[in-house]
Design a protein around this ligand. Structure first.
Ligand code: HEM
Length: 426
């Protein structure tokens, strides 16, 4: 893969700018005054353009130096060791998800992702069984299969020279999410537009009026779509998130914020992990051959891909009181980035961590987060990507390969995935 020199995605989960336009980056600032003891080293050599192009050499250097750095370019502490990230995930009293000044709250409202327990738990529970394995097996899987047929068929009809991400993975993931959410009054294209524009809002550190305008328009469209769907689903219940929420004592404001967060976070990740896994398998034909139609091996390839290139590379937390994390002092109020993309390649946990290897011994990675906010969509993502899309793809498109004359491009660090992936088959 090569990397582009443009594109500026940002992350719905973090609200951190991911582009390399200096104007859009958070301003550099000195660390808050810390308590006594060793303070985090300052990584003033880290730049957003470098992170965006290829964060992994940067993470390697940071991990070797210390588990936590103050990074002026990002205006927060970056936590890069597996042990330190894991500690944060398990301790929401010291590491709060309710970050102050969060642009995500402005763009999408105050969702469960930016709340701590017990408030968070009430809203998390309001998602009911929609995203759970039993509902996926009995209900969603067949719909994912039908969607996969449709978008694979369209890919085949377009013929050669198509882009795997934009002609297949994106519409497939968007259509799945549309049904799971319960937007029977919207299209997959609406979901893609809503998702991207609200995500752009969460990273709008430059306070660009045009970005806010688009984000606000999408937010209003989602509100209107929810207002229309709730009474309908109360009368005509189905298995969707909105249907379950229609009969729950959850304030409308929270329903809206949680759906917007789910639209922002439930589309790009399955799209990106699908493309990254297929890219990695096509680049490692011996590993692809070893799968040989075995569902367990597709599942292993999926998990290895989420470890290798965490689709959500970083998310934020805020320190509630002076603390020491893996020997490094952090003052109350400090804003930290939990860098899953780095933790998942920590050699203290994973042997030869920079290599994609579906045969590596199974160890828990942090790609889906952990603790109270562990990804609610993990099983939906596994089903649509590893159980449905991948086996059908390799079956239906014999000779599937990357276009040797048109290189794939991957990019990003808060979000990372393929932004271009031309393919051929036959
Ligand atoms: C491979 C695909 C995916 C990855 C890697 C992923 C990753 C994550 C991560 C790291 C978090 C925690 C963020 C934090 O703690 O700040 C999270 C939370 C969440 N994810 Fe996912 N996600 C994926 C797919 C999905 C899908 C498909 C959905 C919905 C259909 C979804 C819904 C959610 C929700 C609702 C939360 C918030 C949970 C809470 O606050 O309790 N995710 N995801």
């Amino acid at each position: 893969m090569t990397t582009p020199d443009t594109q500026s995605p940002s992350c719905p989960y973090s609200g951190v700018p991911t582009d390399h336009d200096g104007a859009a980056a958070a301003p550099a600032a000195a660390p808050l005054p810390g308590p006594s003891g060793p303070e985090a080293p300052v990584a003033d050599w880290v730049t957003i353009p470098d992170l965006y192009r290829d964060p992994f050499p940067i993470y390697r250097r940071m991990r070797e130096e210390a588990p936590v750095h103050w990074v002026p370019a990002v205006n927060r502490y970056m936590v890069t060791s597996y042990a330190a990230c894991h500690t944060i995930e398990q301790d929401d009293e010291v590491f709060s998800a309710n970050e102050t000044g969060s642009l995500m709250k402005r763009s999408m409202g105050h969702s469960m992702l930016r709340k701590d327990d017990p408030e968070h738990r009430v809203e998390r529970d309001s998602y009911g069984s929609t995203l759970r394995p039993g509902t996926i097996k009995n209900h969603w899987k067949a719909l994912f299969e039908a969607n996969n047929e449709k978008y694979l068929g369209e890919l085949e009809a377009k013929g050669q020279g198509v882009d795997f991400v934009w002609d297949y993975a994106a519409p497939y993931a968007a259509e799945n999410l549309r049904l799971v959410c319960g937007f029977h009054n919207a299209t997959q294209q609406d979901l893609q537009r809503w998702s991207q524009t609200m995500i752009d809002g969460t990273g709008n550190y430059a306070d660009d009026a045009g970005v806010w305008e688009k984000s606000a328009r999408s937010s209003a469209e989602v509100d209107a779509a929810i207002d229309e769907m709730l009474p309908y689903l109360r009368e005509n219940p189905d298995h969707s998130l909105l249907s379950g929420l229609a009969s729950m004592p959850i304030p409308l404001e929270a329903i809206r914020a949680n759906l917007k967060m789910t639209i922002g976070g439930g589309l790009n990740e399955p799209r990106d992990v699908l493309a990254t896994t297929v890219w990695a398998l096509l680049s490692n034909p011996d590993q692809l051959a070893s799968i040989n139609g075995d569902p367990k091996r597709y599942a292993a390839a999926f998990e290895e891909s989420v470890r290798w290139v965490a689709p959500i590379g970083m998310y934020p937390r805020q320190v509630t009181r002076d603390t020491v994390l893996e020997g490094v002092q952090l003052p109350a109020g400090a804003r930290v980035g939990v860098v899953l993309g780095a933790a998942n390649r920590d050699p203290a946990v994973f042997e030869d961590p920079e290599t994609f290897n579906i045969h590596r011994p199974r160890k828990p990675h942090l790609g889906f987060g952990g603790g109270a906010h562990f990804c609610a969509g993990t099983w939906v993502a596994r089903a649509q990507v590893a159980q449905v899309a991948m086996p059908a793809l390799f079956d239906r498109l014999p000779g599937l390969r990357l276009d040797p004359d048109n290189a794939s491009v991957d990019a990003g660090w808060v979000f990372r995935g393929l932004v271009k992936m031309p393919i051929l088959w036959g």
